[in-house]
Design a protein around this ligand. Structure first.
Ligand code: LMR
Length: 398
């Protein structure tokens, strides 16, 4: 079968992890995939997760299937986390949440559900966006478009371009946003800008779909949900894909959720019925462990507090690495103003490094950066920061 079929290219992000693993050089540095590392370069299991797992092991009495939509306690915890305590959306049962296998699983279930009822819609992605967004929505059968988002000249949001793009998108199309910590650019909309985007959504009648993979990595768990709250207050239909890979460190447990918000509880029940039909034919029902861990932490006040503290620790270390990188480049006299790296939010920085520099760093210094110049700040540690700054300085001067 495969004789006349050419091999597929490696994944632009996970393929880099594979290449990194195979690199025998002890000095190698992985600034590619969005995985948190501590200052020792390890991806830790959070202490609150370990404690929740201990409790679960003690309490677990069955491995029977979960419902198609997952554990209802998990869904309730997710809704409280993404909409906030006492949210009207939750109180009036306008949100339908299913446990999906990771953020990617949530996006794909959402894409399949939308395609069932809006097959002719176009899905609009920010320019640039997470590489996998294109694959997920195209594979679900959608044609894709791009809206203006990042301006390389100002290293900020091109808000005029964004508004122009959004106003030209017709009713019935789908627009994907990053709710916080835009991946790959690290630049987010401010509050006024989000309110304007919501007003355009209302005026134009397209469907907002918010990818919420980094809640708590921007400013904080509550602050980072601003966009979700604004869309909630608008009364519009919209979708939210959550991931708990990063903020709970549950990467390999594939713990995510898809939430469909509707104007009324009756419509929400219809949405849930179709969500189940979509899930049933892909993976039937979700894996339990990650959802149980998350729900255990979020419903126990002590573990919840501990999680918030551990999450703050991760966020603060990344902020410290932003400063260390900027200071390190300045100290080496690298030409240019790198202060924008300090203003960006989340795990990533669009470093401004060209693809040629990215290739040079990999070939000569065993430093792995995603094409386009996205750096995972969490890959920097006090041990490798000097090596990385020296290498970037050499790359830019050579
Ligand atoms: C990333 O952007 O690096 C992460 O979201 C991991 C992934 O699956 O690509």
């Amino acid at each position: 079968m495969w004789k006349n079929i050419v091999a597929a290219p490696a994944d632009s992000i996970l393929g880099l992890t594979e290449a990194f693993r195979n690199d025998p050089n002890p000095q190698k540095v992985n600034l590619g995939v969005g995985v948190y590392k501590d200052d020792a370069g390890k991806t830790p299991i959070l202490a609150c997760v370990k404690e929740a797992e201990r409790l679960l092991l003690e309490r677990e009495i069955t491995k029977s299937y979960l419902p198609i939509s997952g554990d209802p306690v998990y869904a309730a915890c997710v809704q409280k986390l993404i909409f906030g305590e006492g949210s009207e959306v939750v109180g009036s049962r306008r949100a339908a949440t299913i446990h999906a296998p990771g953020g990617t699983g949530a996006l794909r279930v959402g894409a399949d559900l939308l395609h069932k009822f809006m097959p002719a819609a176009k899905v609009w992605l920010s320019r640039p966006t997470w590489a996998n967004h294109k694959g997920v929505f195209a594979t679900a059968g959608f044609s894709l478009g791009e809206y203006a988002y990042y301006d390389p000249a100002t290293k900020n949001v091109d808000f005029t371009g964004l508004v122009q793009s959004l106003k030209a998108i017709p009713a019935g199309d789908i627009v994907l946003f990053h709710a916080c910590c835009h991946n790959p650019s690290g630049v987010d909309l401010n509050h006024d800008q989000w309110r304007e985007v919501v007003a355009i959504a209302r005026e134009r009648g397209w469907m907002p779909f918010l990818d919420f993979a980094y809640q708590g990595f921007g400013i904080g768990v509550e602050e980072d949900r601003y966009a979700i709250e604004q869309f909630a207050a608008s009364g519009l239909d919209y979708f939210v894909a959550s991931s708990f890979s990063k903020n709970f460190g549950l990467y390999n447990e594939r713990t995510g959720a898809l939430t469909v918000v509707s104007p009324t509880a009756a419509e929400s029940a219809v949405a849930m019925s179709h969500l189940k039909t979509v899930v049933r034919v892909i993976y039937s029902n979700p894996p339990a462990h990650g959802g149980l861990v998350t729900a255990t932490i979020l419903s126990d006040p002590t573990l919840h507090r501990q999680w918030l503290a551990e999450l703050a620790g991760m966020r603060e270390r990344i902020v410290a690495m932003r400063s260390a990188l900027v200071d390190g480049l300045n100290a080496r006299g690298v030409a240019g103003d790198f202060s924008y790296i300090k203003q960006q939010r989340g795990m990533f920085s669009f470093s401004g490094l060209s693809d040629a520099t990215v290739a040079w760093l990999r070939q000569h210094k065993n430093i792995y950066v995603v094409g386009g110049g996205r750096i995972n700040l969490a890959g920097l540690t006090s041990n490798n920061i000097d090596y990385v700054c020296d290498s970037i300085a050499e790359a830019l001067q050579s």
